[in-house]
Design a protein around this ligand. Structure first.
Ligand code: PAF
Length: 280
């Protein structure tokens, strides 16, 4: 495993491998790696000859400057955690390396980006599209791996690949959870011990709601999930939306779509957590 910090070093290494006909897998991350990332990283290493992991906290996708400042940066620990995952190259560039000039590109994803996260994090997906397209252009992978926890991000990235006509296979990995059900996230480390204990309410309520889907109308389920989570001290739901899996548009009845996913964002104190569950 090699740690590279510049685009030219990375591209020189990749050019040699590509000449030998090696396939390239890519896992973009913002670091602060946890088991969820490690599963993606291992999958990429298993399915490709060469596997690249990037660690880059992308400033353009943070609409809240405070969130950017507080984002954990743990390169040494991340590097150690990747030991024995089969990763070939770790790319940890500076901001100047990724954005030698300010990125002013404006992407458009229509109604995919105006709902859910898009409503509460203006500009977020444009920033994600900027960095992911830049990283794709640098790495030129055959396959790229993303977690399903960021369900809307995954839809945006699939749309990005289509728009830019890139020959990259996007591979989704299911959410990885703590034993109590909490979806793994780099933000979990910012929870106080009480918030961490109580954070189980999010996944627990989602799982319970799935068990009730045959017996309750969708609107009642939605209401119940929000009320249960809001009843926990320090917890506040920002949105809970039940949407069609592909269009991400809100559904009002269980018969409105064949594939319905419930996506939630909730604050535990000032830590914003997201999760989702597939109903059908
Ligand atoms: O999901 C993430 O960690 C980030 O949004 C990504 C895809 C690495 C882009 O910065």
């Amino acid at each position: 495993m090699k740690l590279l910090k510049t685009v030219s070093e990375l591209q020189a290494n990749l050019a040699q491998e590509r000449k030998k006909g090696k396939s390239i897998g890519f896992v973009p991350t913002m670091g602060a790696l946890h088991q969820g990332h490690i599963e993606l990283i291992k999958q990429s290493a298993a399915e490709n000859d060469i596997s690249v992991v990037s660690i880059f906290v992308n400033p353009t996708q943070f609409n809240d400057k405070n969130d950017l400042l507080k984002y954990p940066r743990t390169l040494d620990a991340d590097y150690k955690l990747m030991h024995a995952t089969g990763t070939t190259l770790v790319f940890a560039p500076s901001v100047e390396e990724i954005y030698p000039e300010p990125d002013t590109r404006q992407f458009g994803f229509g109604t995919l980006e105006t709902v859910m996260e898009g409503q509460f994090r203006p500009g977020h997906f444009n920033g994600v599209a900027q960095v992911v397209s830049r990283l794709f252009d640098i790495v030129k992978p055959d396959r790229a791996y993303f977690g399903e926890k960021d369900f809307q991000q995954l839809a945006i990235i699939r749309a990005l690949v289509k728009q830019l006509n890139l020959n990259i296979e996007i591979i989704a990995h299911p959410i990885v959870r703590e034993p109590d059900g909490l979806a793994l996230s780099s933000r979990n480390t910012r929870l106080t011990s009480d918030q961490r204990k109580n954070a189980v309410i999010i996944s627990q309520t989602l799982f319970e709601s799935k068990a009730k889907k045959e017996s309750l109308p969708l609107t009642e389920i939605k209401q119940e999930v929000i009320e249960k989570i809001n009843a926990v001290p320090e917890f506040q739901v920002e949105y809970f939306d039940l949407v069609d899996r592909d269009s991400l548009q809100t559904v009002k009845d269980w018969t409105d779509s064949e594939h319905i996913v419930g996506c939630i964002a909730a604050y535990a104190g000032n830590v914003r957590l997201i999760d989702n569950i597939s109903y059908y």
